[in-house]
Design a protein. Structure first.
Length: 259
């Protein structure tokens, strides 16, 4: 790969792993952050805000590829992508890689609807583009379970299944795509195994050494139906290598079975 790659959301869960992957591959990386950062890590750090637009034109100047790992709250995500696309077009960026989520067009969560709108902006731009959808990160499920474990009872989504993937596996694929030609929709990335939600909860509680009363929760409406139908899954794309058991072992120590 020649030229500089700009990574937005470069300090976030995915962005920082993408930055590490690219630097390890000898790529010139520019990281966009809302706050000033020191150097010394092989990255050119720039300050900018995709929602307000401050510093974005300067961030994309002279860049060949943009990898968008940024995410914001609610409809600000659409504003951020619109700002980035417009600036990238003006700067003559060759390739925009946008990271999205498996099932956003099948499970009508409000956050997913926003992601659909963001994808539409990317597709409708004048840029060469690639969209990579991934299943839920291990980190996200662990955060959800940490919150649930503090409640009086632990809610367990009835009939729901998830296919958690390690953020490093996704980052490696993103880095690969950044070095390739624009591909439109790239093959999705899913974790190595589909789990029932109750199995994930049981594995988490066992690994954490906690006992909690578990209460089934059946999500109503289209969101519940979408999850129970597996709309958030990509079983044919179980390409992630690192397992949820490994994520639990890294978090809590030891070795833990999945059932």
């Amino acid at each position: 790969m020649t030229g500089t790659v700009l990574v937005t959301g470069a300090t976030g869960t995915l962005g920082r792993e993408v930055v590490r992957e690219l630097v390890a591959r000898g790529v010139a990386v520019r990281g966009l952050s809302r706050r000033a950062r020191g150097g010394g890590d092989g990255v050119e750090w720039v300050v900018g805000d995709l929602v307000t637009g401050a510093g974005v034109a300067e961030a994309v100047a002279g860049v060949e590829v943009v990898v968008d790992c940024a995410t914001t709250v609610g409809k600000k995500d659409v504003v951020a992508v619109r700002t980035l696309v417009a600036a990238a077009e003006r700067a003559g960026v060759r390739h925009l890689v946008y990271v999205s989520i498996v099932g956003i067009d099948r499970v009508p969560l409000s956050y997913y609807r926003v992601k659909v709108a963001c994808e539409e902006l990317v597709r409708g731009s004048g840029l060469g583009w690639t969209v990579l959808r991934a299943t839920q990160f291990h980190d996200l499920l662990l955060k959800v379970f940490d919150v649930s474990a503090r409640l009086p009872v632990f809610p367990v989504l009835s009939g729901a299944r998830f296919q958690p993937v390690d953020v490093r596996d996704v980052a490696a694929r993103v880095a690969e795509l950044a070095g390739e030609e624009p591909a439109g929709y790239a093959p999705e990335v899913g974790g190595p195994r589909v789990w029932a939600y109750r199995e994930l909860v049981a594995a988490y509680l066992r690994a954490a050494g906690r006992r909690r009363v578990r209460v089934p929760l059946r999500l109503p409406g289209a969101v519940g139906r979408g999850l129970r139908a597996g709309g958030n899954l990509a079983p044919e794309r179980a390409v992630g290598r690192r397992t949820f058991e490994e994520a639990l072992a890294a978090r809590f120590g030891g070795r833990f079975g999945g059932r």
